[in-house]
Design a protein around this ligand. Structure first.
Ligand code: GLY
Length: 599
């Protein structure tokens, strides 16, 4: 087996630069090591190109709406606002006004910003609110009124627009109103609704909207969300007050009273969406900009990549046993810290500087044995325990949605937004027409036990009134060595968001893949506990699986796929290449603005 000693960072980058990887040069799609039966061969994910802008989302209609804003001269943040509200209508499983998320902005003038519109625990929340009489976490953390955090999306869009927007607010909300007044159902929406019929039946207001005559709408049917259109009109007219005050707030409070929830108008009135300092770190001469706590995404991404950048990945075959081994060892060490320390920075001091420092990465690299997997039980939080607790794990899920936007000036926006589980807590606010989130499950309801994603989190992320629950959402922008935007990316997928984004960044930076190849490559996940590498269906060769088992790794093949990335790469000539992930079937829409011919 080849020995791969950690290299000092500078040496790696010099070696890679010689091969073009640190220079921003794009290469032909690499061999991704996937078996012949892999569902998404690299050459079949053909990028979309645009000269004057690009919007990539999980839904073609939402992408078109964002692109139209760019065509009308709006900037990337304007397009994000319009896209966000459009997704709330056409992608009700994850797009939302009843949830929250994070936005990373990188303007052409060099300004970077990170907007936190994560939900907050209601002021009436208590540490043990989800424990049943036997002390176990009950379903109420996931389903029903009590599972909802105070939504942040409308405040987030309002704040982003206040700081960076250029077109009138109402003009950006109006396309979503038109969609809520009636859309023709397309295949992705129909299929999503069809596969969630049982869940959508659980609450009458939800069933009334999505299963009007007892069945979900079919492809080609007209789908009207009248109450949602009315709510959006209030938001278009009154801005964020159209959600957090007045009629909408009253409807939310009434819904809570009806269903035993605790969110009140005071919670809504108190909600704020703060700007935070983004996580910024260097990866092989590139600069990575990502989301700080209360997202764990940026710090965990930095830890994974900081550890990996000590190894010459480019000398390895993609998804060879050495590549997967290194990747796994880096990832499990990052996740144990994530689960132990990271939380809402307004409540718990975050050891950000230590965790993403070069010295810390050096220590982590030194722990890695190329011949043997380190069992997760022996991979401990690197700064000592925050509070030790017994550890168990349960199942993983998929959720959330991401969109990436670049405008003609080179301003870039990455937004990941969620109502947590698909269709959130399954409760629609009657009369207001939108689903609420079940983000409260992202807290450690019982520190030391697993949430729906199998994440075993510690005391730092325990429930407290007004606190934001830890997230894995990782909207990310990568700059090339000259400081120009090179990659805008992100994904849904609970904790797999972080590992998916880490792989996209590494695919582009280390392996020189184009945006289609980087998106198509099979993905892996490891989150410390359970101590298992999870790979996509038909996503790893049998020989690689066997070689990894021989090194002591446990592996499991997922029944489906990981993530739904929406990525944009800025090519060296300035053109934009976009790729929506074929795993769920979105669309990257390029913009080309006609220019007058100069004689
Ligand atoms: N609700 C998924 C996340 O925020 O990571």
């Amino acid at each position: 087996m080849p020995k791969l000693a950690p290299l000092p960072l500078l040496h790696v980058c010099v070696a890679l630069a010689a091969a073009g990887a640190c220079s921003g040069t794009m290469h032909a799609p690499a061999d991704t090591g996937a078996p012949a039966s892999w569902a998404f061969p690299a050459d079949q994910v053909v990028p979309t190109y645009g000269a004057d802008g690009m919007v990539s989302t999980t839904d073609r209609v939402a992408s078109e709406i964002g692109a139209e804003v760019l065509r009308r001269g709006g900037n990337a943040v304007d397009a994000a606002v319009a896209t966000h509200f459009a997704l709330a209508v056409v992608n009700p499983e994850a797009g939302n006004i009843g949830g929250g998320g994070f936005m990373i902005v990188r303007l052409a003038d060099g300004t970077t910003a990170a907007l936190d519109f994560r939900e907050k625990a209601p002021l009436g929340a208590t540490r043990d609110m989800y424990l049943d009489s036997s002390g176990a976490v009950s379903e109420r953390a996931l389903v029903g009124h009590l599972a909802a955090g105070v939504p942040g999306s409308v405040a987030g869009m309002w704040e982003a627009h206040r700081r960076f927007g250029s077109l009138p607010w109402a003009d950006l909300v109006h396309p979503a109103i038109n969609l809520a007044d009636g859309i023709v159902v397309h295949a992705r929406l129909a299929s999503s609704l069809r596969s969630h019929v049982e869940e959508l039946r659980r609450f009458p207001a939800t069933s009334a909207i999505f299963l009007g005559d007892g069945q979900p709408p079919r492809v080609g049917d007209r789908f009207v969300q009248r109450d949602l259109a009315t709510t959006l009109r209030r938001i278009a007219r009154d801005g964020k007050d159209g959600f957090y005050h007045g009629e909408t707030a009253a409807l939310i409070e009434a819904e809570m009273r009806r269903g035993g929830g605790i969110m009140t108008r005071d919670d809504l009135a108190a909600y704020n969406a703060p700007w935070r300092d983004p996580i910024v770190f260097e990866y092989r001469d590139h600069t990575v900009i990502s989301m700080p706590p209360p997202s764990s995404g940026g710090i965990t991404l930095a830890q994974i990549l900081n550890t990996l950048q000590g190894f010459d990945l480019r000398s390895l075959d993609y998804h060879s046993p050495d590549h997967v081994h290194l990747w796994t060892e880096a990832t499990k060490r990052a996740f144990v810290d994530r689960n132990e320390y990271l939380a809402d920075p307004d409540f718990v001091p975050q050891p950000t500087r230590e965790l993403i420092s070069d010295g810390y990465a050096l220590r982590k690299r030194a722990e890695i044995d190329m011949d043997r997997a380190t069992p997760s039980a022996r991979v401990l939080p690197g700064l000592g325990p925050f509070a030790r607790t017994a550890r168990t794990a349960r199942r993983e899920g998929e959720n959330t949605t991401h969109y990436s936007i670049v405008d003609r000036s080179g301003n870039a926006v990455a937004v990941t937004t969620t109502i947590n589980s698909l269709y959130g807590n399954l409760v629609t606010v009657a009369g207001a027409g939108f689903l609420l989130n079940n983000e409260m499950d992202d807290f450690a309801a019982l520190p030391g036990t697993a949430n729906q994603f199998g994440l075993v989190q510690g005391e730092a992320n325990a429930i407290e009134p007004g606190k934001r629950m830890l997230s894995a959402m990782t909207p990310t922008i990568v700059l090339d060595p000259a400081g120009r935007v090179k990659l805008v990316t992100g994904s849904p997928g609970g904790p797999t968001i972080i590992t998916t984004v880490a792989q996209i960044v590494s695919n582009v930076v280390d392996f020189g893949m184009d945006v289609g190849g980087a998106t198509a490559a099979p993905r892996l996940h490891h989150q410390h506990l359970p101590d298992t590498i999870v790979y996509e269906r038909a996503g790893m060769r049998a020989g690689t699986v066997a070689a990894l088992r021989a090194r002591g790794h446990a592996l499991r093949e997922r029944s489906g796929y990981q993530g739904d990335t929406q990525s944009i790469v800025v090519l060296p000539d300035g053109r934009l290449a976009g790729a929506a992930d074929p795993r769920r079937g979105g669309a990257a829409v390029g913009v080309r603005v006609a220019r007058p011919v100069v004689q």
